[in-house]
Design a protein around this ligand. Structure first.
Ligand SMILES: Nc1ncnc2c1ncn2[C@@H]1O[C@H](COP(=O)(O)OP(=O)(O)OP(=O)(O)O)[C@@H](O)[C@H]1O
Length: 467
């Protein structure tokens, strides 16, 4: 039996179209879950709860007045003295409640509460995840829920698939990914460049039942409007000069899977109108064609711009925004979640050592502190490249602060000439280190190997601070 909506009366927040769309998406994915999930309005009426949340008391019969959360979940007549979820309405911040599984701290056993924002921008209701009920002895804590086939990414406290993180923001993200994975609702990921938006999209795909089907990435900002249309929707023979044959588009290629539309804010109004139609109708028409083609694709999009600002400035269609952002995800910049840095550093050192066939290297405590304190304006991507350079250009078993200084400023050079010069110097440095290694530190032999004079080698050792 599936979960159900309780009647909500004429003042239901779900008269709001965006909240209604979010509720529908949540209902689709939470109905079959064994985790307890509920949505409450500002008056603490249960607007939706899945069967697991109603538990033994069972859902109220249709037509009864909206049930209050305290009546439904803890069989109390009066509201709890303080409900932590109320702060979510006040602040719009995600809340995690530390309490044990029997629900000390909150009578209902609330674990996390997420704000559901209305089209007007206020918190119209909250999504609540509860702690699991203690299982009777002898029964496994969770029964396998998934079909055979490619396994879902492994989830540990600080990792989901390739995504690592220990900050509250990342932990909430892991929970959300797990919760939304099996819905087909659209997801909009917003965050600065390099924060991991594409990796999050890929993890959502790999966590979902679509994981054995394609994950197709489209950089919408990189293509002019007409090319983007024919790439995404395909074209029929003779649709334009050079269209010698018919070609299926990326939406067709992604059928059954997920399409990731990166840089969605950089699309033209004409393209936005066409994409909106595709999302509304669940079908595409190839460029130059008239025949609609049904598609079953989950759309995950991303932008490093604030899409709500663009909507206000009328630079992005509001109706398309609502369609794309049924499940909005915000990835904070790395400087706002420094607790993730040590885990990311360890992962990137491990990956780089493996890629460059080196033994696993360690990072000294002092160096880790310096890395954790750095500003990382280029976010996780900048940290990843920095670690890669450190692994390639240094030789000590343990990476120290001195090694990091030798790698150079963590701030990436942006102009091509500087990048080229920097890369050439790094390559030179690496070659000298290799020569010294090959000759067991014998500088005369190393100079001979490098085909430079001994004096030049001494100058370069000084220049690169190699001792
Ligand atoms: N939490 C994370 N754990 C492990 N690796 C990560 C994490 N976040 C980002 N990365 C890695 O950092 C790099 C940049 O991430 P990604 O390309 O997903 O960022 P992005 O936000 O999509 O960037 P852009 O906006 O420039 O397209 C990738 O190599 C990705 O694998």
């Amino acid at each position: 039996m599936a979960g159900s909506h309780a009647p909500t009366g004429p003042l239901s927040p779900f008269a709001d179209p965006i909240l209604a769309a979010r509720l529908e998406a949540l209902r689709q994915l939470a109905d079959g879950l064994t985790d307890r999930v509920a949505v409450m309005d500002r008056e603490l009426n249960v607007v939706y709860a899945n069967d697991a949340a109603w538990g033994k008391s069972g859902k109220p019969p249709a037509g009864t007045k909206p049930a209050k959360c305290y009546e439904s979940f803890v069989q109390k007549k009066d509201p709890c003295g303080t409900c932590p979820a109320e702060s979510v309405f006040a602040t719009g911040e995600v809340l995690t409640v530390s309490c044990n599984t029997s629900g000390d701290g909150t009578a209902c056993g609330m674990h996390q509460a997420f704000p559901l924002v209305s089209s007007g921008g206020d918190v119209g209701s909250i999504l609540v995840l509860f702690h699991k009920r203690p299982e009777p002895l002898g029964i496994p804590a969770s029964l396998p829920q998934h079909q055979p086939g490619a396994s879902r990414p492994e989830r540990t406290a600080s990792r989901l698939g390739d995504l690592v993180g220990a900050s509250p923001a990342m932990n909430q993200l892991f929970e959300m990914i797990r919760l939304v994975a099996d819905s087909s609702a659209t997801v909009l990921i917003q965050g600065e460049s390099g924060t991991g938006k594409e990796l999050v999209a890929r993890t959502i795909h790999q966590t979902s039942y679509r994981r054995e089907k394609p994950f197709v990435v489209v950089d919408c900002g990189a293509l002019p409007e007409t090319l983007l249309e024919s790439e995404l929707f395909g074209h029929v023979k003779g649709a334009f000069t050079g269209a010698a044959g018919a070609k299926p588009g990326l939406f067709e290629e992604a059928d059954g899977g997920t399409i990731f539309l990166d840089e969605i804010a950089d699309t033209s109004p004409t393209f936005q109108a066409k994409l909106l139609r595709v999302l509304q109708e669940g079908e595409i028409k190839r460029v130059g064609g008239t025949q609609p083609i049904k598609i079953d694709v989950r759309v995950v999009s991303a932008t490093n711009k604030d899409l709500t600002d663009l909507v206000k400035a009328k630079a992005f269609r509001q109706d398309l925004y609502y369609r794309l952002a049924v499940l909005p995800v915000h990835l904070p910049p790395l400087r706002e979640r420094r607790a993730d840095i040590p885990l990311l550093v360890e992962k990137f050192v491990g990956d780089s050592c493996q890629r460059h066939r080196q033994e696993l290297r360690r990072v000294s405590e002092e160096a880790m502190c310096a890395l954790t304190a750095a500003p990382w304006p280029g976010n996780v991507r900048e940290l990843q490249h920095y670690i890669e350079r450190a692994v390639v250009t240094t030789t000590h078993q343990e990476l120290t602060c001195a090694d990091l200084v030798a790698v150079g400023s963590h701030v990436e050079a942006t102009d091509l000439r500087t990048v080229g010069r920097y890369a050439a110097r790094q390559a030179e440095r690496v070659r000298i280190l290799q020569a010294l290694q090959q000759t067991s530190g014998n500088r005369v032999k190393a100079a001979r190997l490098l085909k430079i004079s001994r004096a030049s080698l001494y100058n370069k050792l000084h220049e690169f601070d190699i001792r």
